[in-house]
Write a protein that binds this ligand. Structure first.
Ligand code: GDP
Ligand code: MG
Ligand code: K
Length: 299
């Protein structure tokens, strides 16, 4: 397959807690990247991992707000989820074969009703049920929603996961690969690190800082004669007031952001990290091509 024939696209993986979303991603992406899936909710779509196969690249993104709202941000989050659904190429709706249909599933199906994106029903944990139990489940779910594909899998044992990936490709278009292959299959994952830092900022500043902030990883370097990896990152904001919030009183906020992000990055890379963070004000950064490239939105 030539580069020109390769496909690319975005896939949202949804389903109530414990249906096996993380396990499925782990299986598809491998341990290192799937660590991303344990992260708390943020209000922007986040990349959970990128699968680069022979036929092209599938970017899995998380959809916060798909669950029943628990707090005042709930409605807002639900809207975000709705936007995500319309922007991705395929939605994978995971359900649990063992548990059967629950209230959480019904809630999600309701959310899907105004969506035009193809939705696959993925019946997970088939290793845990008798094959006779599958057909009634398929019947029950297909009465509720016009799923484009229904694919029973075992995320744990990997049954049918290749079939699932093949089916996803049939719904994607040929197009540029979003990420260089080595960047998504290898350490150090620049964009994952940047996302981890960004997430801590959004989380700790409690929405006082807009989602438009960006993080650039400027340097990754193994320190001589040690196991420690030095990571230098710049947080780009559009206003000095935002810079003030991120740095905090006597630098306290930035310190906390750094501490938490470092823990995540250490787990991602599996080595000791020395993380250095700067905050930079740059008006209108989003319109600058250099940045788009650095943030991985461009080829
Ligand atoms: P998530 O909350 O949707 O991300 O679910 P997890 O991936 O964390 O999985 C929840 C539980 O279900 C874990 O204990 C998994 O080991 C288990 N699980 C996930 N997939 C399968 C599967 O295909 N078969 C079985 N038997 N268990 C599974
Ligand atoms: Mg999970
Ligand atoms: K990968």
């Amino acid at each position: 397959m030539t580069e020109n024939e390769k496909k690319s696209g975005f896939v949202a993986l949804i389903g109530r807690p414990n249906v096996g979303k993380s396990t499925l991603l782990n299986h598809v992406l491998g341990q290192k990247i799937a660590i991303m899936s344990n992260k708390p909710q943020t209000t922007r779509n986040r990349i959970q991992g990128v699968y680069t196969g022979d036929k092209g690249q599938i970017v899995f993104i998380d959809t916060p707000g798909i669950h029943k709202p628990k707090h005042r941000l709930g409605d807002f989050m639900t809207k975000i989820a709705q936007n995500t659904f319309n922007e991705v190429d395929v939605i994978l709706f995971l359900v649990d074969a063992k548990e059967g249909k629950g209230r959480g599933d019904e809630f999600i199906i309701e959310r899907l009703k105004n969506v035009n994106t193809p939705v696959f029903l993925i019946i997970n944990k088939i290793d845990d049920v008798h094959p006779d139990e599958l057909l009634p489940l398929i019947k029950e779910y297909s009465q509720l929603y016009p799923f484009k594909e229904i694919i029973p899998v075992s995320a744990l044992e990997g049954n049918n996961v290749t079939t699932l990936l093949e089916q996803i490709y049939t719904y994607l278009y040929t197009g540029p690969q979003f990420y260089p292959e080595d960047q998504v299959t290898d350490h150090p994952e620049r964009f994952l690190m940047a996302e981890m830092i960004r997430e801590k900022i959004l989380h700790l500043t409690e929405e006082e800082v807009p989602h438009s902030i960006a993080v650039e990883i400027e340097q990754i370097k193994r320190r001589e004669n040690t196991e420690t990896v030095y990571v230098g990152a710049v947080v780009v904001v559009e206003r000095s007031s935002q810079k003030g919030i991120i740095i905090g009183k006597q630098g306290k906020m930035l310190k906390e952001i750094g501490k938490r992000a470092r823990e995540d990055i250490q787990r991602l890379l599996g080595s000791k990290i020395f993380l250095e963070l700067w905050v930079k004000v740059e008006k209108d950064w989003r319109n600058k091509p250099k940045h788009l490239k650095n943030f991985g939105y461009n080829n």
